[in-house]
Ligand binder design. Structure first.
Ligand SMILES: [Zn+2]
Ligand SMILES: [Zn+2]
Length: 118
């Protein structure tokens, strides 16, 4: 019985998050409401959502970030100062692949505007 309640609580918190979030961020929010919920429970919950394709995960700054709706996660990484900027790619139609795309991640490396001015 308690397990279901914990799940509901985590579900509620996921609904409130609207952009990208990490497991730790979610755990902090959930833990404030119920101290008995451990981070392992949060990870298990996220894994399950991913299996159901209700959640998508990306690698951001060596951390796994999750998102409910975004279908992509794109970075511009400055090779000089290491700054990461996020940008949006609407579709991968230009790739002309026939597979059905769930979500994607693109990492572009270069020199940011600030570093170009130096
Ligand atoms: Zn990112
Ligand atoms: Zn830079």
């Amino acid at each position: 019985m308690r397990k279901t309640k914990q799940k509901e609580l985590i579900e509620e918190e996921v609904k409130k998050l609207d952009s990208f979030f990490t497991a730790e961020e979610l755990f902090k929010r959930v833990n404030q409401k119920d101290k008995k919920i451990g981070i392992a429970t949060v990870y298990r919950f996220l894994r399950n959502l991913k299996k159901k394709e209700k959640l998508h995960s990306y690698l951001c700054n060596r951390k796994t970030v999750y998102s409910k709706e975004e279908n992509n996660h794109c970075h511009f990484v400055c090779q000089k100062c290491g700054e990461i900027k996020h940008f949006d790619v609407k579709s991968l139609d230009f790739l002309k692949i026939k597979e059905s795309i769930c979500h994607f991640q693109i990492d572009v490396h270069g020199t940011c505007k600030k570093c170009l001015k130096k």
